[in-house]
Design a protein around this ligand. Sequence first.
Ligand code: SOE
Length: 384
Amino acid sequence: MVGYAFMGATHSHAWRTVPRVFDLPLVPRMVALAGRNEANARAAADRLGWESVETDWRALVARDDVGLVDIVTPGDSHAEIAIAALEAGKHVLCEKPLANTVAEAEAMTAAAERAAERGVRAMVGFSYRRVPAITFARDLVQSGRLGTIHHVRAQYLQDWIVDPEFPLVWRLQKEHAGSGSLGDLGAHIIDMAQFITGDRITGVSGLTETFVKERPLPTASSGLSASGSSERGQVTVDDAALFLARFGGGAVGSFEATRFASGRKNAMRIEINGSAGSIAFDFESMNELQFHDHSIDADSAGFRRILVTEPTHPYMDAWWPPGHIIGYEHTFIHQARDLLTDIATSQAPAPSFADGLQVQRVLEAVERSASGDSSWTAVDAAAG
Ligand code: SOE
């Protein structure tokens, strides 16, 4: 694994746990963790359960005892590490968004396609696909229970930078993160909407906003917390991104990604309305899916709550008895299970790097739309 912060902890937990829960054709060994600062990397490796440490990711990629490279670094290093690992014949799991630019994502996808010819696998970490309720929602759509899809309404709402004194961490710097809430949060809901509907976004009209333009430079950060100095620097990414979308199959969508929704911690929500029914989901109640069956008589129809904890629901046969709920970390365990199974059974993993590239193209289209005036119509000022 390259990197060891918040995502490093979630992925390590998954690699540690997955063979103890799922019956796997391949059992992972947590061979080495790479980080530039040896003492910090060593402490992280000990805490997270890795056998050894490298201070240069190139050394990790070159090791004969490494078969899969898990990339949990900021977006600016994804392309270089992933391409080198794939060329060295290592399977790759890369955190989302796949890259910081479409050009990088294209190069990564080309490398993944070349590697696939040699049986080397690559997956991008859109972990929310592995929420059982989301996979189940996809299954409902695929089996026709929603009919023709008309509306997709998606939001990803967080609030960890509302305070203007919150420091300028890497996620707020374009050169490291590529974009702000758009790439970090918007990428998730784009992937989720396309995953559930089985459709693709073909056009967008977007706007972005940076509410706080300057922030204290960070002195230390961990996960989504940080401390800052008295010096300030410029925020170079969006704080919020909103866009309208058209899907290839005729549906229309609205998307909102923000880190300024005070009171909302990790509210990733999606509602989909079709001719035969609707689904609604909120990650803050991640074990539940709301489902409306439009064929039921109107007097008794309406959204009902399905508790997605039955052994017949996706992934749930490996967990607890019905009603004994699971959490955020389980999505990463499911992701590890799916990737290991694909590697062992020589299948192409999903979401592939090509899927990650397509999400990157949507992100780029939103940025292009938001930066131009062409689709923006000012409201006439009232006369007098
Ligand atoms: C921060 O906004 C973040 O950690 C995202 O980067 C993750 O993808 C999301 O799962 C939780 O929030």
